[in-house]
Unconditional design. Sequence first.
Length: 418
Amino acid sequence: MTPVPRSERAPETPPTRLRLKDLLAEALAGLAQRPARSVLTMLGTILGVGSFVTVLGLTSTASGQISKSFDLLRDTTVTINDTPPAGTTTRTGQLDFPADTDARLHHLNGVVAGGIWWNTPLRNPALSRTPDRTDALPDDGAVTVYAASPGTLQAMQPTLQSGTLYNDFHQAHAEHVCVLGAAAAHLLGITRVDNQPAVFINDTPYTVVGVIDDSRQLTQALTGILIPSSTALREYGPPADPPAHALIRTRVGAAQLVAKQAPLALRPNQPRLLTAVPPPDPHHLRDEVGTDLSNLFLVLAALCLAVGAVGIANTTLVAVMERTPEIGLRRSLGARPRHIAAQFLTESTALGLLGGLIGTSIGVLAVIIAALWENWTAILQPASVIPAPAIGAIVGLLAGLYPALRAARTEPLDALRR
């Protein structure tokens, strides 16, 4: 058989090609033909990506506020216990703090205020507003009598409801005065101090000079009665069990130094009788809380993304079925299976990407609004915001795989017969 010369052969049909520009144009045209369906399909992705960004943003913002509050307390509070370290003999019925504890603590560099306090050794004292005990509180231990020096009251950072705090004069003269916590004042029926009300503790009158509404430290005092430590020593003796403590408020960053210096300043001869305890580092608790919240809400975000993926897959599959004649016509005109698959994959990816962009914008806006509402500083990590639209695009790409493969396997003749 004589071969046909190349010059006499029929010209070969060039292979069809689908340029990126044409691919994007076809995909956007397909989405624009059904705008309502496209918007509804994106809702799942919008919710999923928006939840993802919102959760991570709010977690970072809340963690920042928790860290700020915890760090402030950590850097400004020191507690000293009248308990010897492990391995030494614990003594009860004695007070190892000197009488001028407030003054000694105040002279330490970095100390703002400080003093001693303890539970008075009274077991279920009779508490009333009248000497005849007609209005005595129930003997249920709901109200505790605390001994506290004036420096302790200052270190507590209390908020006064009325009146004032007792001072160094009352401490020096062991006056019978007291300050009530808000809960104790409510039980005793005392709301104002301008008429100089009194509280009787085992028949001994104490003039109420102030009522504390709130306190940043030593919050148990809100349910108790505070009397000068010098008065408590004279009337009821030293603490028994539990022992005495010292509360110190320092300037920011001075807590560690004060904790080292305070025992020596208070007991130069036997500093080991006192144990300084700086507040524990709260980072572990903060991280644990943040992790638990993040895990909980990220599960919800993943569910939203799953719903969005199902919606995109369903819509793309329906589009394939509706456009079967179009697919057959394209195939008969020379479109290859990979061109058909690329078109539907591009459409589903575009839906996911648009949903991711909108969801990211909504998430960022939600974090900013929440931070402004709570008067916080909004914290948005770039690692959680920048990849968010890409997550939506990946969800759309994965959701469109099966419909795209089904469209690519459509035979031209079968499609044109429908």
